[in-house]
Design a protein around this ligand. Structure first.
Ligand SMILES: [Zn+2]
Ligand SMILES: [Zn+2]
Length: 297
């Protein structure tokens, strides 16, 4: 029994629809999958439905872009309540930041005499959390670049002429946002971030786990993070980070996380869900206290 806890769909920068993604998961015989689209939870309800139809357990998730001491970090949230008002309002703010960033990148491309229109990127992305891969795909679709690699190398990579820095929340804020929405917070693909020195402080700040198994982690990298997880009492997760067929062949199936880790993750999230329920019950009772005091006056 295995799981893949890191997957994307068209609701962010993946190419699969929820139904296509779940068909792939079924092909590889996964017992459970988590959807972790960037800065959105919009794809969770349709993916949950597709999983229910396929007899696969679904875990609602997201991948928030955050920053800590100058490092960009991705924080995965698992078992979040996808209707949590605070989570949704914060995500909406980051979606606006993403949309403005697309306009800024297109303006820079236009200054470089690359005639791309922002609408072409938004039409192609057709989601609320557009990102650089969508700009790259629009450049290729408009025959302004020959390949996605060329688009990144010439224009979109960090410090290239059309690159625009992105405003990010702090990692500790991302952790709190996820936990307050009843989810467990996990540092994504630490092997790609080169920021191991941040892990002790993040564990201190309440981080629940680290993604030890990832398509781009070698066996020795995975071993290294398993040791760190043990040392800092962090949960272990893993996933393929499959974005569909946009970057060559799909990578789903390359990471198979033993299901026991999913059980631990769910048990941790259940603690946050209980805490969130208790705090909303508190708020409801203090609201009614105010109301009854008000009517006494
Ligand atoms: Zn990521
Ligand atoms: Zn990802």
């Amino acid at each position: 029994m295995f799981a893949d806890l890191h997957l994307h769909t068209q609701f962010s920068d993946g190419t699969y629809t929820p139904v296509e993604l779940v068909a792939q998961a079924q092909r590889y015989g996964f017992r459970a999958i988590a959807l972790t689209d960037h800065d959105t939870v919009e794809g969770c309800p349709p993916t949950a439905q597709a999983c229910a139809d396929a007899g696969i357990e679904f875990i609602a998730g997201t991948e928030l872009t955050a920053e800590q001491e100058g490092h960009e970090l991705h924080i995965l949230g698992y078992c979040v309540n996808t209707g949590d008002p605070k989570l949704l309002s914060e995500i909406a703010k980051f979606q606006v930041v993403r949309q403005n960033r697309i306009r800024e990148m297109v303006a820079r491309l236009n200054q470089l005499n690359v005639p791309l229109r922002a609408e072409a990127v938004f039409d192609l992305a057709n989601c609320r959390a557009p990102g650089r891969p969508h700009v790259a795909r629009a450049l290729v679709a408009a025959r302004l670049c020959a390949s996605l690699d060329e688009a990144f190398e010439r224009f979109l990579k960090k410090n290239r002429p059309a690159w625009v820095p992105k405003f990010k929340m702090s990692a500790s804020m991302a952790i709190k946002l996820i936990q307050d929405a009843g989810g467990a917070a996990v540092m994504a693909h630490p092997g790609l971030n080169h920021s191991d020195e941040l892990i002790p402080a993040m564990a201190e700040a309440g981080l629940d786990g680290i993604e030890c198994f990832h398509t781009k982690h070698s066996t020795s990298t995975a071993q290294h993070y398993l040791q760190l997880a043990d040392r800092f009492h962090l949960l272990v997760t893993g996933g393929s980070d499959c974005h569909g067929v946009s970057k060559g062949h799909p990578v789903i199936g390359s990471v198979r996380l033993p299901y026991q880790h999913v059980e631990k993750l769910k048990a941790r999230a259940a603690l946050y869900q209980a805490r969130a329920a208790a705090s909303s019950a508190d708020q409801a009772s203090s609201a009614s206290t105010v109301h009854s005091n008000g009517s006494q006056i």
